[in-house]
Design a binder for this molecule. Structure first.
Ligand code: ATP
Ligand code: MG
Length: 400
């Protein structure tokens, strides 16, 4: 693979134009900790690596930092390869003893990964340039012989996927209030990307990582693309992504727009509401595909409880569930033009969260808050949950 990589470096170079300059959005997006990159038309691999301000790690340093990629330091596994926990010095980034310095997550490309170099470079390209409180921070990379690694800030609470679908004492179900917080954080990350004319293309629960306070940060920019320029309505691409999350019109045509990300956001929002995976063949017939199954319930105030995660019992009002479910329903519109923009999504989620906080504060002093009636809660519990152990979906070329 080493030889294959070095021979293909130029041809594989994504020739992304990188993120473009654009003033950032209101609210958190205009905070001083957000930054948008200068225009970077058609950068070569050398330019990407040189200009990125990232630490270029020696393979031996990352090997020491992760204690020789010890199996017990594995944080997770994806299509790209395994992710290991490691320790480095905060200023010099040289490896330190476990438990000292700064914790990092080291993603190590599987040697047999064909797409690997292209995705590795796209990640360095985008995360080297884009900085925002809701994007994971890339600390550095390693490019040495056949080795391709990425070192990120460590996200102590792992992925949203684990919190929604893993069973076990470590993963307690996320509360309604935390789900709103996570949804809003992820929405802000995606809104920031769109304001920077970047299409993310791989929005899914496993790519939303959580810090110790459940702040959501987007990770994995291997499939990201620059959005269309000028009067172009879309970019044409090979159809890539994760089954279940990709927008129907993108699957049908390969035409990619920011509205494709909004569809994927709708899928994740629905997974958060329902506690169900987008595709789950362990479900009864008719319920394998979450979007098809849930859609009729989402737009109806009277039926929405049927789609809600029974573990959220008593935590939300009908008004709140209806608001979020109809937002998910709009994001999942078959007609891409009917989907809201990410700025609009942020605004709606912010409104719901604020009114919830106001109501919670108010009810603390005034007594119990209005909750779903018991009958409704019991109905929601009925037949909705089964033990889940469905294999995880992974990003790959998607054939139609
Ligand atoms: N920065 C990080 N901090 C802590 N854990 C992480 C970090 N990055 C990744 N992980 C963990 O490693 C797992 C694997 O991540 P990875 O991005 O390689 O694959 P994935 O997103 O799960 O799947 P796919 O390859 O299909 O995108 C994540 O689900 C998460 O649990
Ligand atoms: Mg990922």
């Amino acid at each position: 693979m080493g030889a294959c990589f070095s021979a293909r470096i130029k041809a594989d170079s994504p020739c992304h134009t990188g993120a473009t300059t654009k003033s950032v959005n209101a609210g958190e997006m205009s905070s001083s900790s957000s930054s948008v990159a200068p225009p970077t038309p058609g950068r070569s691999e050398g330019e990407i690596l040189q200009s990125s301000n990232l630490k270029s790690f020696a393979y031996s340093d990352l090997k020491i930092a992760t204690r020789n990629f010890r199996p017990d330091s594995v944080l997770g596994e994806g299509g790209f390869g395994s992710v290991f926990k490691g320790w480095v010095d905060e200023t010099s980034f040289s490896p330190t003893r476990p438990g000292t310095g700064m914790v990092i997550a080291v993603k190590k490309l599987k040697l047999e990964s064909f797409q690997g170099h292209r995705e590795w470079l796209a990640e360095v390209n985008y995360l080297g340039l884009l900085h925002h409180p809701h994007l994971v921070r890339l600390v550095g990379y390693c490019l040495e012989d056949e080795h391709r690694l990425l070192a990120y800030e460590f996200m102590p609470r792992g992925s949203l996927e684990n919190h929604l679908f893993r069973r076990g004492s470590y993963f307690q179900p996320l509360s309604w209030s935390l789900r709103l917080k996570v949804a809003l954080g992820a929405a802000k990350g995606l809104a920031f990307l769109h304001s920077s004319r970047v299409i993310y293309r791989d929005f899914k629960a496993s790519n939303v990582l959580l810090d110790s306070k459940y702040n959501a940060k987007l990770s994995d920019f291997g499939l990201a693309k620059d959005g269309p320029m000028g009067d172009k309505s879309h970019v044409s691409t090979r159809i890539m992504g994760t089954r279940g999350y990709a927008a129907p019109e993108y699957l049908a045509t390969g035409h990619l727009t920011s509205k494709s990300d909004i569809y994927s956001f709708g899928v994740v929002l629905l997974e958060m509401l329902s506690g169900r995976r987008v595709v789950d063949k362990n479900r009864p017939p008719g319920e394998h595909n979450l979007v098809e199954w849930a859609k009729p319930y989402l737009a109806s105030k009277k039926k929405v409880f049927r789609a809600m995660d029974s573990r959220l019992e008593g935590q939300y009002t009908m008004e709140e569930s209806h608001k979020v479910a109809s937002l998910a329903s709009r994001c999942l519109s078959m007609d891409a033009n009917c989907r809201p923009s990410m700025d609009e999504v942020v605004m709606h989620l912010e409104e719901t969260r604020n009114s919830k906080e106001y109501e919670d504060g108010h009810n603390k002093s005034a007594g119990a808050r209005h909750r779903m009636p018991r009958r409704v809660v019991d109905d929601a519990k009925h037949g909705s949950r089964l033990p889940l152990s469905y294999p995880r979906p992974s990003a790959s070329p998607l054939c139609t």
